[in-house]
Design a protein around this ligand. Structure first.
Ligand SMILES: Cc1ncc(COP(=O)(O)O)c(C=O)c1O
Length: 395
């Protein structure tokens, strides 16, 4: 008798939790495929098509035979355009050597952790956090140190909270503004003392700025790196084309920062993903260089603003639900604690009883909330909000 094959995942896999956001989206999709009328508030992506001039640029690249392996760190023209954008938008003196193009913003974050974190080093993550941060830290052998924030503080970490959690093992602090899942946007006044804390303790910051173009009312996106030279030298900026340009499936992201780490990341990339799809990078070049992109961003922004207004007004009429006002991204983080349900119970019951898909807050480290994405059309929003109201009234 032959032996049973010894197939079991490596121990690093058992330490991570699969993405709950993807899971519930899959369940909602399966219900839709079964013919059920599901209103999805769970999407983490704009529902718009990629602007046509970006699509055309990629098509042209294909026609021109840009179908081969390219430089591991990205097409030089794209790295240059990204550096230029940092110069003009935030006066950040990056050059192309400070930029690596990655497989989405996600791989820029993952790759940075691999390049930076030694086993046992600590990474400070304010909660609610984007689902993948803690798992990426763990996959790099580091320890995620979760710092809880609440609605009263606008879900923003304070300098004293940050200071309190810094130890000799702290390597990195992750800042995400505008935030997924809360929509919180840090002001310059809020960033200054956080930057001081980082510099005084000589730790590093990873600033995830993927929602930098999706802002409401007077909110402004300030990059922490732009505050002064000392914080600039300690900051890595992650960004990508997915959210700003409705390019989620293109998988083009990037990271900006110290050249030595960019080289280390390129080395990791050379043994893992290799270069990002060459013709997709030409779409990204058009996204940055073609002036029509600004109009496309503005149109999406207007649509998101209308939806945000609708969802905030509708939820205001449900006394058991409350939320902070989001000033960026396209999410609402809704406190459901008055319903007596955990976030998983709430999200599952809502999906099963009213066919509305949301994401349980526990996925973001906060079990008292659910996340609603308003990256969906007004009709679905209206219908879904009526169903949520009905669901809560029946409890
Ligand atoms: C906060 C945050 N960072 C990074 C990403 C990664 O985006 P992508 O890999 O699609 O560029 C996402 C996507 O949902 C996000 O919400």
């Amino acid at each position: 008798m032959g032996k049973e094959p010894n197939i079991s995942p490596a121990s690093r896999v058992s330490d991570i939790t699969p993405s709950l956001t993807l899971e519930i989206t899959a369940k909602a999709k399966a219900m839709k495929a079964d013919g059920l009328d599901v209103c999805s508030f769970s999407a983490g992506e704009p529902d718009f098509d990629t602007p046509p001039h970006i699509v055309k640029a990629a098509q042209q690249a294909l026609d021109e035979g840009k179908t081969r392996y390219g430089p591991v760190a990205g097409e030089p023209r794209l790295r240059n355009a990204i550096a230029q954008q940092f110069n003009s938008k935030h006066q950040l003196p990056y050059s192309a050597d400070n930029i690596i193009v990655t497989n989405g913003g996600k791989f820029s974050l993952f790759n940075l952790m691999q390049a930076l974190i030694n086993p046992g080093e600590e990474v400070i993550i304010p909660a609610p956090y984007w689902v993948s941060y803690p798992e990426m830290v763990k996959l790099a052998g580091g320890h995620p140190i979760i710092v809880y924030t609440n609605a009263d503080q606008g879900y923003k970490i304070t300098p004293s909270q940050l200071q309190h959690h810094i130890t000799p093992k702290t390597k990195l602090f992750i800042l995400n503004s505008p935030s997924n899942p809360t929509g919180a946007v840090y002001s310059q006044q809020e960033l200054i003392p956080l930057a001081e804390t980082v510099v005084n303790n000589n730790i590093l910051v990873l600033s995830d700025e993927i929602y930098d173009n999706i802002l409401y009312e007077e909110a402004e996106h300030i990059s922490i790196a732009s505050l002064n030279d000392e914080i600039f030298a300690r900051t890595f900026i992650s960004n990508g084309f997915a959210k700003s340009f409705a390019m989620t499936g293109w998988r083009v992201g990037y990271l900006a920062g110290d050249e030595t780490i960019i080289q280390a990341m390129a080395s990791i990339q050379s043994h893992s993903s290799s270069n990002v799809c060459t013709f997709a990078q030409y779409g990204a070049i058009a996204a940055l260089e073609d002036s029509r992109s600004q109009q496309a961003i503005a149109q999406m922004q207007t649509a998101f603003s209308q939806r945000r207004k609708l969802i905030l007004e509708a939820l205001n009429t449900v006394p058991q639900l409350s939320s902070t006002i989001p000033y960026g991204a396209f999410y609402l983080f809704v406190d459901i604690s008055q319903t007596g349900k955990t976030s998983l119970e709430f999200a599952n019951d809502l999906l099963e009883q009213q066919q509305v898909a949301t994401v349980p807050g526990i996925a973001f480290g906060d079990d008292s909330c659910i996340r609603l994405s308003y990256a969906t059309d007004m009709t679905t929003l209206q219908k879904g909000l009526e169903r949520i109201t009905k669901f809560v009234q029946k409890l």
